[in-house]
Design a protein around this ligand. Structure first.
Ligand SMILES: Cc1cc2nc3c(=O)[nH]c(=O)nc-3n(C[C@H](O)[C@H](O)[C@H](O)COP(=O)(O)O)c2cc1C
Length: 359
């Protein structure tokens, strides 16, 4: 026996193999099934369209809901990995009703959740152990003088930097304003969550401050060139390693206009903090957004200090992770914001010369 019409395998599934077993992952519906050899062969057939037969394998495939009445049309514009990630991290459930009588229950379960987190905490403060340099206090005066609106209007991405030094005060101010912990901490955080009662000037996913800052110091007055880690709690730079012999562009997929940056802040994410509080892969989204918020704060501070900002997420991840001596089982480079003196032009000299016809 078989159905009269063909069925097709959904394109929103993938298979993984683990310890001698195969698992079908229906990522759109957040469902997983173990697949036997017979089912595996039938899945292959259904991927090209086939009739459902009255067999145990076909029945279980049909019951799983991965068969479609029509051949799937894929309109996704990126590759399949991004589709798996995006659809796989969309909320699987429909909205629930808003029940004011339950608000107190929600508050109670939030506090219980905070308390339950109390165990297996990841190390919150990252200290690498390198030689420490206490940074000068930030130039709050300069930031206070700059109006928010003027700074927002003035911020623009520069790709034409002069080979001139940035001041240590500017670097200290950018780091402090972006990454340091605000002193005005709310100590009324619930039991189990006090440790995370600290705040930065930007919002942070889960209040975890999972983003760390490192500095590529190339041309900063009074600071030896090198790679440093910023200890947010102490406003201290700790030395990681000398600058490599190649210019920064070779780590940035050839973006040569970055070579004259005075310094760059490299943002990494401490995945272990996010895994611990939010074990679902959806937390990858706020991880990126967390870094994005800090990036914009750094961009505005750089602008307010009269420097030019530049930013990128296009780089050789593995090699930068190695330079920063990251433990990549838990921490990875995500983004970079550079600063320096420059013309402010969004075009490189070379691009401008072609536009203006001088080359
Ligand atoms: C997430 C993100 C990634 C970016 N990556 C790069 C990059 O790899 N290289 C680059 O030169 N600019 C990069 N930019 C800068 C954009 O090209 C720039 O913001 C855009 O052209 C708008 O110009 P504006 O910043 O001057 O307003 C990036 C910006 C963002 C927000």
């Amino acid at each position: 026996m078989r159905t009269k019409t063909k069925r097709w395998l959904s394109s929103e599934i993938f298979l993984i193999f683990r310890e001698g077993s195969a698992f079908l992952w229906d990522y759109k519906n957040h469902a997983q099934y173990e697949v036997n050899t017979g089912e595996f062969e039938r899945l292959l057939k259904f991927s090209a369209g086939d009739y459902v037969m009255d067999t145990t394998d076909d029945r279980s495939i049909q019951e799983s809901g991965v068969l479609l009445h029509a051949k799937p049309i894929d309109e996704w514009g990126w590759d399949v990995l991004s589709k798996i990630f995006h659809l796989g991290t969309c909320h699987p459930n429909p909205p629930s009703p808003d029940l004011p009588e339950m608000y107190i229950e929600y508050a109670r379960s939030y506090l219980e959740f905070c308390e339950s987190l109390h165990k297996d905490e990841p190390v919150m403060c990252s200290i690498k152990g390198g030689q420490q340099t206490l940074l000068p206090p930030p130039d709050i005066n300069a930031i206070q003088k700059a109006s928010l609106w003027d700074t927002l209007l003035a911020r623009s991405t520069c790709r034409d930097f002069y080979d001139s030094p940035s001041s240590l005060l500017a670097l200290a101010t950018v780091l402090y304003g972006t990454l340091a912990y605000k002193k005005e901490t709310d100590y009324d955080a619930p039991v189990g969550a006090q440790k995370f009662g600290f705040r930065r000037t930007s919002p942070s996913a889960g209040g975890l401050q999972a983003t760390e800052g490192y500095v590529w110091a190339r041309n900063v007055e009074g600071l030896a060139p090198g790679l440093y880690h910023y200890i947010s709690e102490q406003h201290i730079l700790e030395y990681v390693t000398p600058l490599p012999s190649e210019p920064i562009a070779s780590y940035l997929c050839g973006q040569h206009w970055a070579n004259n940056l005075g310094f760059a802040v490299l943002f990494t994410s401490r995945f272990d903090k996010l895994w611990w509080k939010y074990p679902h892969s959806r937390a990858y989204r706020p991880m990126l957004l967390d870094v994005g918020h800090l990036s914009q704060t750094a961009n505005l501070l750089i602008t307010a200090l009269g420097l030019q900002p530049w930013l990128t997420g296009y780089f050789h991840d593995k090699e930068i992770n190695e330079l920063l001596a990251l433990n990549t089982s838990t921490e990875h480079i995500i983004f970079l914001v550079g600063a320096g003196h420059g013309s402010g032009s969004s075009y490189t000299k070379e691009t401008r010369s072609l536009i203006e016809g001088t080359r």
